[in-house]
Design a protein around this ligand. Sequence first.
Ligand SMILES: Nc1nc2c(c(=O)[nH]1)N[C@H]1C(S)=C(S)[C@@H](COP(=O)(O)OP(=O)(O)OC[C@H]3O[C@@H](n4cnc5c(=O)[nH]c(N)nc54)[C@H](O)[C@@H]3O)O[C@H]1N2
Ligand SMILES: Nc1nc2c(c(=O)[nH]1)N[C@H]1C(S)=C(S)[C@@H](COP(=O)(O)OP(=O)(O)OC[C@H]3O[C@@H](n4cnc5c(=O)[nH]c(N)nc54)[C@H](O)[C@@H]3O)O[C@H]1N2
Ligand code: SF4
Ligand SMILES: [Mo]
Length: 766
Amino acid sequence: MPAPVPFDPEAIVSAEYKERPVPEGVTTKRTICATCDIACNVVTEVRKGRVTRVRSSDNPIFRDNICMKGIIAPKAYAHPNRILHPLKRVGERGSGEWEQVSWDEAMTDIGARLNTIIDQYGPEAWAVSTSQWNTATDHGLGRRIMNHVGNPNWISGVALCAGNTAAINKLTYGWFPIGDFNNTKCIVLIGHNPRRHSWTPIYNYIRSAQARGAKLIVMDPRRSSNAERADIWLPLKVGSDVAMLFGWLKVIIDEELYDKEFVSKWTLGFSDLRQRVNDYPLERVAKLTGCDPEMIAKAARIYATQGPSIIPWTPITDMQRNSTSGIRLQSILRAICGYIDVPGGETLQGFNPDIINETEIEMHHVLSDEQKAKQLGSDAHPAFTYRAQTKFNEATKRVYGQEYANLVMGCYMATPSATFRAMAGKGPYPVKAFFFLGNNPLMSYANMPLILEAMQNQDLIVAHEQFMTPSAQMADYVLPGDSWLERPWLHDLFGWMSAVRLSEKSMEPPGECLSTFEFWKRLATSIGRPELVPWDDLESFYDYRVAKTGMTFNQLAESTDIYFAKPEFRQYEKKGFATPSGKVELKSSVLEDLGFDPLPYFREDPELDDQYPLLMFTGVREDGFFQTAFRHVPEMRARHLEPEIYLSPKQAGEMGLKEGDWVSVQNQLGEIKATLAIKDAMPDGLVRVPHGWWKPEMEQGKACLSGAHDYADSQLCRDDDDFLDREQGIPHLKGIPCRVVKADAPATASQTASVGSKKRVLEPAE
Ligand SMILES: Nc1nc2c(c(=O)[nH]1)N[C@H]1C(S)=C(S)[C@@H](COP(=O)(O)OP(=O)(O)OC[C@H]3O[C@@H](n4cnc5c(=O)[nH]c(N)nc54)[C@H](O)[C@@H]3O)O[C@H]1N2
Ligand SMILES: Nc1nc2c(c(=O)[nH]1)N[C@H]1C(S)=C(S)[C@@H](COP(=O)(O)OP(=O)(O)OC[C@H]3O[C@@H](n4cnc5c(=O)[nH]c(N)nc54)[C@H](O)[C@@H]3O)O[C@H]1N2
Ligand code: SF4
Ligand SMILES: [Mo]
């Protein structure tokens, strides 16, 4: 298998490859798939102005990186469900009645109404929510406008996925590291489970590292496909990752397996850390995690002594009540074992000096301290808000040349739950306008009932979408968004890496679909601030951002797939780390300043009771869908016709449940319906609940929300205090008490027959 993106930039740029022959009448474009957020380099074939095929890149280094969701994209985006024109609500909110209006009419009214709300309640009364696609759909322009009008209330799916990890990593060493997969000798997957059709490039990285002889250690309560291929699988109790990582530290510190020289020269707080770690003897860790202490010790020894090792980013510790401690423990392990900024370890890359990065576009410095202080959630849970993150400004400037570094868009966010509470009228001040772009808020945050209440309480809701999602159904305006086939893209890799990637536009958008660039540009004009987006179009905006390369965006995109600044290792030797102390802060001075425990700690789960005797997690991605999207695509739906929960055979047997039964999963917050799949990869007592289910073929409008009321897992995701991480305020989605009972099929289940028919195929492990 050829290696996926290697760390050596020259290998990509100089990879010799022949472009594959192209059929008559077809032109090709070098493109980046943005159907999911891993962004594979692909080639589009265009015939008569339409993309007829998406295939893998000709560059051998990228050739294996494509999945079924990328391949189906032309069909998925050409589907009759695609929203082609701006829609304005005519009935009451959520009635599902719309009229078609022009972009001009829509934006003029939106701008005027937004100005009225800002005049009446202040700029903080406007909340904006975007997604992972921020880089593809926002370019920092939304933040730029918000910062200029004085609004700190931006939330995103990245609060639960990588953005928060980036912000918390900063606490330890001032940046978010990325693993050098190509040279590493050991990979640790904390639940994270890339597969052939789920983040394909990372899957390929892991497989080629294993083929080279690298070790693989997997922590997962379920026997996942990566667990099956691991050297060591630690089947830990759901939600117990922090206890497990403490166990590793106990072994590594007691047996003196850490890098003493690095620790004494470059870290602060080691003796305090050691004391805290002593609270977690292996017998205690074994009890908390349910794992064999010998296996825990063996895994820790491999990590520390057979490196350089990497712990790739994982969404699991992004979504736990101990999230901050979990992410901090990973950063501490990396640091004390000497794996920071070394070949085969975890690199701190910084910005690309030749490209104007998105943080610069965002202009956080123009937002006043007074407005920053109003950021929702920052009082109780400040870790990824301005309140914590601006404490890095000086250090970030010293090391990375600019004060603000909005890595993975996650470093200056409001907290979602606090934002929805304010929107619902529960204080601390009114929020009356809500915009969401490339994001399905009802289903992608915790506590859907609260979000619905919040939406009902708005004066203005604007969605920029490709499809009529349950959230869009609650909007006042739904504006038609383009897709990645229909726009160019300068992907700055979330500001996380020093490379930028380039994607050519393949075709014109259908109907009146427009990019978010156009949306923000038109909004800036309609609120009377056209100077905030002075570029004529996306291409000229990108030309401005790449000007230092001496090329236009199109010239650069024709010349290369990726534009690199060659990464240098051990850069900290020159400038220190971008923390207030300039050292790796094992004990975080910023958390201490904010009144939090500066060391990691483990909050145990509350005891289970008879009413809700099982624990559930949401996740295990489905090959054919991306998060809440793509359920309208027949080819994909045929693979997963109905939402499925998983139970172990013993658990299902004890409850008298059979494969395929309809069940209801219930807890204190709500209920969902699903079918049962019995999986021997599941431990007893654990329930897998699929994320993001709705059925686009079902009735629209607030009564049904196309099945979201029946199926959306966000109805079970609690955000009361016991279920929120203290420092960040993000919800615990890995270990929620629940019960499962047999249920009737929802009356609407049969409607799915029109979408696809389920073929039972022998699937490899997920
Ligand atoms: N309960 C629960 N919540 C979760 C998770 C979970 O497992 N359980 N997972 C979390 C994770 S890992 C993530 S990444 C987030 C993701 O959460 P979101 O950011 O909300 O992602 P999606 O659910 O995919 O919704 C994205 C929407 O954008 C639309 N879209 C796609 N491309 C474009 C485009 O180019 N332009 C426009 N305008 N729209 C576009 C799609 O149609 C889709 O409706 O959710 C998080 N929330
Ligand atoms: N086809 C497809 N691919 C996708 C996506 C998609 O929607 N569809 N979404 C993409 C996105 S945005 C993301 S974030 C990634 C996420 O993808 P992954 O990182 O693979 O995350 P999940 O599939 O949710 O769950 C991974 C594993 O976590 C285990 N797990 C559950 N609870 C715990 C726990 O408490 N601790 C530990 N250690 N393990 C636990 C589960 O058993 C499961 O095997 O996938 C990406 N890839
Ligand atoms: S993994 Fe699939 S959906 Fe994601 S970017 Fe690659 S081809 Fe596209
Ligand atoms: Mo994600």
